[in-house]
Design a protein around this ligand. Structure first.
Ligand code: AVJ
Length: 318
């Protein structure tokens, strides 16, 4: 059953936070913008398409882990918890988990109101007895859980290696905030992408069909559409590079030639070859993973991984 107290929000014409982040990001040196702004309707659709790409292994690998280990989850997590999912776009992963651990409520949190509403409605239909309580919001900011799950022990579910988008200090802050939000008897099931062969990593973010390029370039189109921008989309190139020192894939938008453009009435310049750093996707070794969780106030308990060691699902306890 779907229980909403917030009307779904639809993309509005001018978002002051989007404007602020983009103006600030383009004024910095080097230029860098937060990845949350990829996900307008078109961006969310493109991300869904990315998850089906042959090169993009994380979604398929994690979904297979969730499908395969239901009995293990039931044993390790137990039943009767409220599941709080962070960043529940249009998840095809969640039903596997919900079937395995029979939760008392499901609280998906997502910044994209229309996507969240559609996926919550679909889930509520598939699980008619489960209270589904969507929360539209940015889980990087303080938020309140629905009062209906008060007193229920919680399982935080943070799939997709979304944590990888954060710098280590921000990742630790977020894990600590989740621990505070979820309570002392909480558990956390988190997906973390492993360090692996460089070419495999780069291919996952620079696919042959150019879907990831379109996803990256859509940010420019969104700026043009929503912030009165005149950036020449065709003069930007998608770049995906492995930064070995920081153990992360970086996505950039690189100016093919010197550029002048405007956003919201302000002038900007880029040199040829200069980039806008649009996303970092950190990858973790086995020990990195556990260290990060511990630093965030969570004690790793169990881990599930595919045979190739591409992607890990870690269960941790508060
Ligand atoms: C949604 C942050 C997990 O980093 O793999 C995919 C986003 N960007 N391809 C990732 C993304 C380009 C994705 N996360």
């Amino acid at each position: 059953m779907l229980l909403t107290d917030q009307a779904p929000t639809f993309a509005s014409a001018i978002d002051p936070e989007f404007r602020h982040d983009i103006m600030h990001g383009l004024s910095r040196s080097p230029k860098a913008t937060p990845p949350i702004w990829f996900y307008d309707r078109r961006g969310s659709e493109l991300f869904e398409a990315i998850t089906d790409l042959p090169e993009y292994y994380p979604t398929r690998t994690e979904t297979a882990l969730l499908a395969r280990h239901g009995a293990d989850f039931a044993a390790a997590i137990g039943t009767g918890r409220a599941v709080v999912e962070f960043g529940a776009g249009s998840s095809r992963k969640t039903p596997h988990l919900l079937r395995a651990i029979a939760p008392t409520a499901y609280v998906p949190i997502d910044i994209s109101g229309d996507f969240l509403h559609a996926s919550s409605a679909a889930l509520a239909q598939a699980f008619p007895d489960l209270p589904v309580l969507p929360v539209v919001g940015d889980f990087n900011r303080p938020l309140d859980l629905p009062s209906a799950i008060e007193g229920m022990p919680r399982l935080g579910f943070f799939p997709g290696s979304t944590i990888g988008n954060m710098e280590p200090d921000a990742a630790v802050d977020l894990l600590r905030a989740m621990r505070r939000l979820l309570g002392d008897d909480a558990k956390l099931l988190i997906g973390m992408d492993r360090i692996k062969d460089r070419d495999r990593l780069v291919a996952a973010y620079d696919d042959a069909q150019g879907v990831t390029a379109a996803f990256n370039l859509n940010l420019i189109e969104r700026i043009n559409r929503e912030l009165e921008g005149d950036l020449p989309v065709e003069e930007f190139a998608h770049r995906a590079i492995w930064n070995d020192e920081k153990a992360r894939i970086e996505m950039h938008l690189e100016a093919r030639r010197p550029l002048h453009f405007h956003v919201a009435g302000q002038c900007f310049h880029m040199d040829a070859g200069e980039t806008i750093h649009t996303e970092s996707s950190h990858k973790y070794g086995a020990r990195d993973e556990r260290l990060l969780l511990r630093a965030g106030g969570w004690e790793p308990a169990t881990e599930w991984m595919d045979d190739e060691g591409l992607f890990a699902l870690v269960l941790a306890e508060a």
